[in-house]
Design a protein around this ligand. Structure first.
Ligand SMILES: NC(=O)c1ccc[n+]([C@@H]2O[C@H](COP(=O)([O-])OP(=O)(O)OC[C@H]3O[C@@H](n4cnc5c(N)ncnc54)[C@H](OP(=O)(O)O)[C@@H]3O)[C@@H](O)[C@H]2O)c1
Length: 304
């Protein structure tokens, strides 16, 4: 029997660049109408991973011509002070999108902070109004990582419509909104969705039924080849740092999927790094441009 070809690699940077090219055109069209999309990025404290994410978001804004407003607050910042800043950003016409980098220090109620963001500027898609609209199938800001997974699938030729998609993970930021998006009528939806989690029994029997398997677990290399159907498409959302003595840093990043063995079985797979990660930031930029377009339309400025 001829050896099976390893899975096609679905490249996050390549798909992200195709979306960024579209965004550059949209941003240029908005500029002609005197509108520059603006994103406020709020960082509280100095968590090293958060600092990396925030830097990357600000850099991408710069590359695309989106105005970036940086607000770095000390870890001792009070919830009241943070809510005061959000109120100011809500009222600032130059700011079309507001992103508060999570996690926040323990003394701040994250949900209260998210609830304070004007839903019209909720480019992360975490406000209850955005979540409710998503479930209702109304236009809203789709949260960035799930939306990124769906764009990766669509733009790589793997439309989820009619497919059995199994998601492992039910968090508010990935699993739940992803399930809601995939079950909607319309582009990127119409899938048959199964959501698994830590209480799921016979997990492997369910993941093996997936035409498209999406792992958002946070456990390094959890999805083994025996859990994957031959010819499945595998999207790995996980980002985990593990020890690796061969690296200068002593660590490396891996996903939630045991990449090499699963690659031999799957039809297509996203790597980590280089898969979902670049899509998350790109979808944030896309939402910010959309927010600018909507406010431009509301203020009577003609928009594309
Ligand atoms: N690339 C990106 O842009 C991006 C963005 C966000 C997150 N991530 C990564 O994605 C991963 C998931 O993030 P998250 O925020 O969704 O994590 P999370 O809030 O910790 O949720 C993890 C989910 O996995 C489930 N789970 C944990 N252990 C399991 C097991 N043994 N069997 C079955 N299900 C299990 C949990 O089930 P229960 O609900 O029952 O506890 C939970 O629903 C992390 O590695 C994170 O770093 C990446």
């Amino acid at each position: 029997m001829p050896a099976k070809r390893p899975a096609k690699i679905i490249s996050g940077p390549v798909v992200a660049e195709s979306i960024r090219a579209e965004l550059r055109d949209e941003i240029a069209a908005l500029a002609k109408k005197g509108i520059q999309p603006g994103l406020a990025v709020v960082l509280v404290g100095s968590d090293p991973a958060s600092e990396v994410y925030v830097r990357s978001k600000r850099k991408t804004c710069e590359e695309l011509g989106i105005a970036s407003f940086s607000h770095d607050l000390p870890a001792t910042c009070t919830e009241r002070k943070l809510l005061g800043l959000i109120a100011k950003l809500n009222a600032d016409a130059r700011v079309h999108g507001i992103l508060v980098q999570m996690p926040l220090p323990k003394h701040i109620d994250e949900q209260r902070v998210l609830n304070a963001i004007d839903p019209a500027k909720d480019v992360d898609g975490f406000h209850p109004v955005s979540v409710g609209k998503l479930l209702n199938g109304e236009p809203t800001f789709a949260s960035c990582t799930p939306a990124g997974c769906i764009e990766l699938l669509l733009r790589s030729g793997y439309d989820p419509a009619g497919k059995h998609v199994v998601i492992v993970g039910r968090s508010n930021i990935v699993g739940k909104p992803l399930a809601a998006m995939l079950m909607q009528k319309g582009r990127g939806g119409n899938a048959t969705v199964t959501v698994c989690h830590s209480r799921t029994k016979n997990l492997a029997a369910i993941t093996k039924q997936a035409d498209i398997l999406i792992a958002a677990i946070g456990v390094p290399q959890f999805i083994k080849a025996r859990m994957v159907k031959d010819g499945a498409v595998v999207i790995d959302v996980g980002v985990n740092r593990i020890a690796d003595a061969t690296k200068k840093s002593g660590t490396r990043l891996v996903g939630d999927v045991d990449f090499e063995p699963v690659r031999k079985k799957a039809k297509a797979i996203t790597p980590v790094p280089g898969g979902v990660g670049p899509m998350t930031i790109t979808m944030l930029m896309k939402n910010t441009v959309e927010a600018a377009r909507r406010t431009g339309a509301k203020s009577g400025k003609k928009t594309a």
